[in-house]
Design a protein. Structure first.
Length: 130
């Protein structure tokens, strides 16, 4: 990846579009937003594959990330809580918790930062009826 310094941040061009990164939201994604999105996106993608292999019927999956930053240490990310809300049929919360734990173990982004950022997961299920 090549990054070009621009007046208000940096930019890279990828085959699916340009990515602008800036400390100012008016000019692009903030670096911490990309870090959190990478962690949530990676874990969610791995979880989806696990649920598909288990043939768990999921109607919708939402991941809400709560981020705690430390202004005393360059506003670093101290912790991220990934709140998974899964809607579906015949959901087994214990099995879903185990699937989330497996996704965590196989998520390269979480594994890359787990020694410096505390990452927790929470699960809420919404059982749909036919």
């Amino acid at each position: 990846m090549d990054f070009h310094l621009k007046k208000n941040g940096i930019q890279t061009s990828l085959h699916y579009g340009d990515l602008c990164v800036s400390g100012n939201e008016d000019y692009g994604f903030r670096p911490f937003q990309l870090m959190v999105a990478s962690i949530a996106g990676c874990c969610g993608s791995v979880l989806r594959k696990i649920l598909e292999k288990q043939r768990v019927q999921v109607d919708d999956l939402l991941i809400h990330a709560d981020v705690v930053r430390n202004p005393e240490e360059a506003n670093r990310i101290d912790s991220i809580t990934l709140n998974f809300t899964i809607k579906g049929y015949h959901l087994n919360p214990d099995r879903l918790e185990k699937s989330i734990a497996t996704a965590r173990k196989n998520c390269s982004m979480i594994r890359s930062v787990e020694d410096s950022i505390t990452i927790k997961e929470r699960l809420d299920t919404i059982e749909l009826s036919r």
